[in-house]
Write a protein that binds this ligand. Structure first.
Ligand SMILES: Nc1ncnc2c1ncn2[C@@H]1O[C@H](COP(=O)(O)OP(=O)(O)OP(=O)(O)O)[C@@H](O)[C@H]1O
Length: 608
């Protein structure tokens, strides 16, 4: 039998309330507003509770005395008992709108200030979460579903904030309203109040029973919202694949399934939520019967009766809001713990406390005994030793899966090797701040990523403070200026989602312009394998040649021209550097290189 360990109460409290308290700490910068909002809530709650007292007072003052239900004597309405003069009646009656208006103002201020705070908390939480996600290393994004991350940033933060707003709004105002209301009712007529309030605890039963169901269904609803976001994100990102396989119907059926589940979960939540109110109202109806019986036996005054009934009626909303708090807390807790789970995830790759900020570098790299695996038993890079001299050009060659792309990722510190050191100008790259390291490395990959923005903004991404003249100069150097000005809106033309409104060659040239603008001393190139038309290829090659000038270049070579121009060709096989040297030497002495050359680069030779 499993050993049932008793969890200490304090730990339980921490686990259950932890996310809520953590969320509440986000209120700290806005404390004056929170306090003001809560004080307004207390005043609104107090005024709400005292309304029957005011009604009773006004009634006693302005209506002839001695009127009781069942014993009304119309004759007493005239003559000596007719009551005070009309101006006194008006003045005293004005107490009622005065209290109601004051209650309305405080209630509005309570809601306004607490909503203001909660929307600002939502803003802060979302920004922090996004920044935190952006700081996660590549290994995190390799595993995470981006749709789910989007749902966390948009959905979970909103659900947590929504619940926080209503909870913080209700938590102070409503108990005050209930306590004041009950005290006032009891002071008016304790027997009537006790008789009618007797049923209040019974009203809590449906809240407790259905609260559990709401919690479970609510969690399933949130999870399914995440799953739906994954389908949406993948369908839009992979629309080319979907269309080329004619899988639109399949995707639509996947989405419909998720939507159906979402619909059923939402119905479960709604059903449980909506049944609570009619049950409470049914129980309350018995309270009305009790009230009528009480009046029948005790013949209380009509004004007092009206005030008591109004008091009971005014208790309804605060009690309803209070009964909602546990349900909202459950929702808040589920979403907040999703958010804080992500926020608590420390990035596996972080800047060392004494990390230096790189200001300029020569671009010399040294790989010392580098071994790296992505987590599987097989090493993607093994015992790699390589000295990369500044301003020289290196070509990485090797069969598919040899580890070439991994080497580029290690230079960028997307991953840290399990063994060995990579040095930049003699400094371990783990001792350099990640931002400044990457500021000194330009990357052009075969899969160009362009943002859905203008051509101008896409180039400017290379250096955010670049001037217009510098951006145009970079485009000219990348042989992109001519096709850009030929676009309907020139540099202000939108490139479409991931640059889809431009040709592959044009996208590549924009990426080169972006790298030229960055002007980094080290350049990592992953050449396009896809066959571009010869004119486009020629221009890209010329643009790359310009980009490479005066920099340390490490290129994953797919073209003969690249390997012929390289100072050194590094041959990789199964994660290891098996040889390195100039083309002619390797052709002579390396069987692996010879084979690769014949398979991979020979057709270029023929084409040339
Ligand atoms: N993100 C990843 N997670 C797990 N394993 C990976 C990942 N990326 C690459 N690998 C594995 O690491 C090894 C080296 O891959 P890498 O992409 O570096 O090879 P490559 O020489 O660049 O191949 P190609 O020329 O096909 O791009 C391969 O066995 C590959 O399956």
């Amino acid at each position: 039998m499993a050993d049932k360990k008793k969890i200490p109460f304090t730990q339980l409290l921490k686990e259950f309330w932890g996310p809520y308290f953590k969320l509440a700490t986000y209120m700290r910068p806005y404390l004056p507003r929170v306090v003001f909002g809560m004080v307004c809530g207390i005043l609104a709650g107090t005024l709400n509770g005292t309304i029957p007292l005011v009604l009773n007072y006004v009634g006693q003052k302005v209506l002839p005395a001695g009127q009781t239900l069942g014993k009304i004597n119309p004759m007493k309405m005239h003559g000596a008992d007719a009551g005070p003069a009309i101006d006194t009646v008006i003045w005293i009656s004005m107490l009622i709108p005065a209290v109601m208006v004051a209650r309305g103002i405080f209630s509005y201020l309570n809601s306004y200030y607490l909503s203001w705070v909660s929307f600002h908390i939502l803003r802060d939480l979302r920004s922090e979460l996004f920044r935190h996600l952006m700081s996660q290393p590549m290994a995190f994004f390799n595993k995470a579903k981006s749709g789910k991350l989007i749902a966390r940033v948009i959905n979970d933060t909103r659900v947590a904030q929504n619940a926080l707003t209503s909870i913080s709004g209700d938590l102070v105002k409503e108990p005050v309203a209930v306590v004041t209301g009950i005290v006032v009712l009891v002071s008016l007529d304790w027997r009537f109040s006790l008789t009618t309030l007797l049923l209040f605890p019974i009203c809590m039963v449906p809240v407790l029973v259905f609260g559990r169901k709401i919690r479970q269904a609510g969690k399933a609803e949130e999870n399914e919202a995440g799953a739906m976001a994954v389908i949406l994100q993948e369908s839009f990102a992979g629309v080319r694949v979907i269309k080329s396989f004619a899988r639109e119907d399949y995707q639509a059926s996947q989405f419909a399934k998720s939507s159906d589940l979402q619909c059923r979960n939402s119905m479960r939540v709604r059903k449980s939520m909506d049944i609570v109110q009619p049950l409470i109202e049914s129980v309350s109806a018995f309270g009305v019967v009790l009230a009528i019986l009480y009046v029948y036996y005790y013949h209380i005054g009509i004004i007092q009766f009206a005030a008591l009934c109004f008091g009971i009626f005014l208790l309804y909303n605060p009690v309803k809001s209070l009964s909602r708090i546990p349900l909202q807390m459950q929702k808040c807790m589920a979403s907040a713990s999703n958010v804080f789970d992500l926020l608590n995830k420390q990035p596996a790759i972080q800047d060392a406390p004494d990390a230096v900020v790189l200001k300029g570098c020569r671009g010399g790299l040294n790989f010392e005994n580098i071994t790296f695996s992505y987590g599987s038993e097989q090493n993607a890079v093994k015992d790699m030793n390589l000295v990369v001299e500044p301003h020289k050009k290196y070509a990485l060659v090797g069969s598919s899966g040899a580890g070439k792309s991994t080497v580029l990722s290690l230079i960028l510190r997307f991953y840290d090797p399990q063994q060995g050191v990579i040095q930049l100008d003699g400094v371990d790259i783990r001792k350099i701040s990640q931002n400044s390291l990457r500021e000194h490395i330009g990357v052009v990959t075969q899969e160009t990523f362009l943002f859905h923005d203008t051509i101008y903004e896409n180039i400017r991404y290379g250096r955010l403070d670049a001037t217009e003249a510098e951006i145009i100069a970079a485009a000219k150097l990348a042989y992109a200026h001519d096709f850009i000005v030929a676009q309907p809106e020139g540099y202000n033309s939108i490139v479409g989602d991931k640059g889809c409104l431009l040709s592959g060659g044009q996208q590549q040239r924009l990426a080169i312009a972006r790298a030229l603008l960055k002007n980094a001393p080290i350049l990592l190139l992953d050449e396009a394998t896809s066959a571009l038309d010869s004119e486009s290829e020629h221009m890209i090659q010329a643009a790359l040649d310009r980009l490479s000038q005066g920099r340390t270049v490490i290129a994953i070579a797919h073209r003969l021209s690249t390997i012929l121009k390289s100072d050194k060709i590094v041959v990789m096989d199964k994660g290891m550097v098996v040889d390195a040297g100039p083309h002619a030497e390797l052709l002579e002495r390396s069987p692996i290189y010879r084979k690769l050359y014949e398979l991979q680069f020979n057709h270029d030779k023929i084409a040339a």
